[in-house]
Design a protein around this ligand. Sequence first.
Ligand SMILES: *Cc1c(COP(=O)(O)O)cnc(C)c1O
Length: 404
Amino acid sequence: MKRRDLIKYLSVAPVVGAVGAGIPFLSANAAVTTAAKRDLIKELGLRTFINAAGTYTTHTASLMHPDVLEAINSSSTHFMMINDIQDKVGEKIAAICKAEAAMVTSGCWSALVLGTAGILTGTDLKKIAQLPNLDGFEKTEMIVQKAHNVAYVHAPTNTGIKVVEVETAEDLEKAISSKTAMMWFLNLATNDGKIKHAEWLAIAKKHQIPTMVDIAADIPPVENLWKFNEMGFDLVCVSGGKAIRGPQSAGILMGKADLIKAARLNAPPNGNNIGRGMKVNKEEVLGMYAALDHYVKLDHAREWKDWESRVAVIETAVKNVAGVTTTVTVPPIANHNPLLNIAWDTAKIKMSSDDLQLALRNGNPSIEIMKFTPNSINITVFMLQPGEDKIVAKRVQEELSRVS
Ligand SMILES: *Cc1c(COP(=O)(O)O)cnc(C)c1O
């Protein structure tokens, strides 16, 4: 490339992405474009969309409230000791959630790993350095109900702990031995398991076995933030970046003070340990606290009404299309908010849910929903921004009408 051509190329290169993203390129004057604030979304040609799918990791889950961004921005220009921040924020979070102690982790997943590590090692630095190798450990097993033994169990087993499956309370009593390190409960699977919280906890207490509960996506309701601590679980793990709208790479581990202390020793800044790759810095820790503080002070009843009215806007619009039926349900445990299912008669509307998903994704603005069956989709409204319900209503109605 000749020098003159290179200069010309460099002066327009940053806006190539903008053209690709459908933004008209009006001026060839580089001075005008460089004065503009840098916009990486345009520069890299990233697709943004209306999130009618829910708090999925693939979709970047949730948008942080301005209070959270403020906590991140204002802390990012200062140095602090990470242990000081975890101490202070831990105290505040514990007070809000009625726990003895708390720490900020890099998501609920990391809370599950670090909490389990803490249970296995206590404050023994030699044991901490050894994980996930449990040679020589007396307690190496965790008991899990069969119905709870699903994908998320991979988080605690990162520590090397082995799963012992049980179904009934009788099985549980038999499975408890000198090797039992903990009893793990997946709240999401409560209704599928034979043993419920109270019985699980009573048996654990009787044998003095530590208990952990995964309630990652089980806020709302807000009360769940303290309900499981009050019930008597020794460790409670929550996602920070789902409905609480904290940093997507943050979560909370809370519970008994000695276990939180042990969990913290398994994570930065305490050496090369199993948690070394689960680092949270001041931005995540303070951002998590700001998000939680903001979340608990919300008018939750008003929020719920808001979600219901968004669902009503979309439902009313799509019900007009012949062959469409709608159902509203509320998932009882995880993602507890009104969920709209839109189904259609394929004899009248020759479209699959794959087709509809693609049409909405490729439309303008782009919209993400979740496919449910070959002829139905699910819409979750709690991550919509004000006014987006009307856009979703119009677009879904348009697409379903096009082919009927
Ligand atoms: C989302 C989720 C996790 C993982 O949480 P992150 O905050 O994404 O790390 C763990 N368990 C359950 C049940 C979840 O829904």
